[in-house]
Design a protein around this ligand. Structure first.
Ligand code: TYD
Ligand code: MG
Length: 456
């Protein structure tokens, strides 16, 4: 580097990939046109940050000397959120809550802060986006706030760290990390360097105190601000808030969790007075289902430890073109093609002359192979124009020879179906031994797709 010239590097705004030159496409996340140029932080400033964090020399300790009890997890007041977090908030942890603007991140964190305060915790809500008056407006909507909940409208990280050190709350919320800036980095708020530096300052504060910190990170399609993905490696837990643009339902799932599983989801509904938990998502996903329609099947998938029932729909029509059209929404397109090929080869249905559209209702994304049999049965039902009784659920994995393979947690799936009033289950034969003591529901074991097709 020549003297007098500021050294710069290029970052991908989406994932934080670093490069010495500009690139059109990011080699890491494959997004186009996401590279931005930012000055390199002076190494001196990084060293000084590290010095601050490790002021006193540390000695290694034996694992038995480390005191940690499970009771140190703080319940959030939302069962749905606790499950996603792995049983509550772990002290000193840094939790990133990502999602598109307007999805409800500020709302849920305000409700969480209010819940914690009313259960006797000391909480701070720091907003860089809204003034105190705007926060009050929102707080009035979601209900009365009691207990020690302090609000601060601030964007300077040095000031925030000073307040956190002085107040030492149990939980702090930073809304959002993209509006924060630190004096150490000379770039604009929202740039990669600022977002990373600000988050690392907050991480040090969390680790050196008992405060658990929630960071809000906006996901924007335009990429005008650095996305939350650039912070994923740094934080303990990453939660993403998802939801249909038209619907009022919101799903929270964890993309990373150092203190729990990443399979769990939490379901919420946005109401006029904030977000409400949806304790039984199956009921919600099956609401308004057409009775006695061909091509509709209720399937059961596991989200972590919880079985969720939802509807799989198929529409099969004769193709008007040489190439049959296939469309999959909610399930993998390639998986659908594979299942249709199995159906053609093993059960003799001439799928190559038919268009097939498959849809999972409620905006769910299904990755579990346990829904294979439901997809196949929905296609057969539409093809033959026969109705599968609406009190039947179907699950099972389908192999390339047309065999129906066993799936995990078959008993949990059957129990959930019985709880919701279903009367029949079509399931893999190999799952039968594990299911016992279930009355009031008829079990129909099948070994392959031909057997399954003869059930309807
Ligand atoms: P918000 O939490 O501000 O989103 P984010 O912080 O993720 O950008 O949510 C804003 C949306 O939620 C807005 O469209 C209005 C709606 N909303 C309700 O429907 N009910 C409520 O009680 C609140 C507070 C917001
Ligand atoms: Mg917000």
């Amino acid at each position: 580097m020549k003297t007098g010239k500021i050294q710069t590097v290029f970052f991908c705004k989406n994932c934080g990939y670093e490069s010495s030159k500009w690139m059109g496409q990011c080699p890491s996340c494959r997004e186009w046109n996401t590279f931005v140029e930012e000055p390199v932080l002076k190494t001196g400033s990084k060293a000084s940050l590290a010095d601050k964090a490790c002021a006193k020399p540390r000695k290694p300790v034996h694992i038995d000397e480390i005191g940690f009890e499970e009771s140190e997890r703080i319940p959030t007041g939302f069962e749905e959120l606790d499950r996603v977090l792995g049983g509550g908030i772990v002290e000193s942890s840094l939790i990133l809550v990502g999602g598109e603007p307007g999805i409800g991140k500020s709302t849920i964190l305000l409700q969480l802060a209010a819940n914690l305060a009313s259960s006797g915790k000391k909480v701070m809500y720091i907003s860089g986006e809204e003034s105190l008056r705007q926060i009050k407006l929102r707080a009035d909507r979601v209900g009365k706030i009691e207990g020690e909940l302090g609000f601060l409208s601030e964007t300077n990280i040095e000031n925030i760290v000073a307040v956190l050190e002085e107040q030492d709350p149990d939980v702090a919320v930073i809304d959002s990390i993209q509006t924060m800036y630190t004096d150490e980095a000379g770039t604009a708020p929202g740039s990669i360097t600022q977002v990373r530096e600000s988050a690392s300052r907050l991480m040090m504060t969390a680790k050196t105190s008992k405060t658990a910190i929630f960071l809000v990170g906006h996901v924007t399609k335009e990429g005008t601000v650095a996305g939350p993905r650039v912070l994923e490696h740094m934080v303990d837990t990453v939660l993403y808030f998802e939801g249909g643009e038209e619907g009022s339902y919101r799903i929270i799932r964890s993309a990373k969790n150092r203190f729990g599983s990443t399979n769990e989801i939490g379901v919420f509904e946005m109401c006029s007075d904030g977000l409400k938990e949806v304790m039984n998502p199956s009921e919600l996903l099956l609401k308004g289902r057409p009775e006695d329609a061909s091509g509709a099947v209720v399937a059961c998938l596991m989200e972590g430890t919880r079985p969720i029932l939802m509807e799989v729909q198929a529409l099969v029509t004769e193709t008007g073109f040489g190439m049959p059209r296939r469309q999959a929404s909610g399930i993998d397109y390639n998986r659908l093609n594979l299942l249709l090929a199995v159906l053609e080869k093993r059960a003799g249905f001439a799928m190559s002359r038919l268009d097939a559209y498959v849809n999972v209702t409620g905006g769910m994304r299904v990755t579990e192979p346990a829904t294979d049999l439901a997809v196949i049965m929905a296609v057969i039902s539409s093809l033959r124009n026969t109705v599968i009784p609406s009190d039947t659920i179907i699950f099972g994995e389908v192999g390339l020879s047309g065999e129906v393979r066993g799936v995990a947690h078959a008993d949990l799936r059957v129990r959930e179906a019985r709880k919701l009033g279903f009367k029949r289950v079509i399931l893999p034969k190999t799952n039968m031994q594990k299911i016992c003591g279930l009355e009031g529901i008829e079990l129909i074991p099948v070994r392959n797709i031909q057997e399954a097709a003869s059930c309807i």
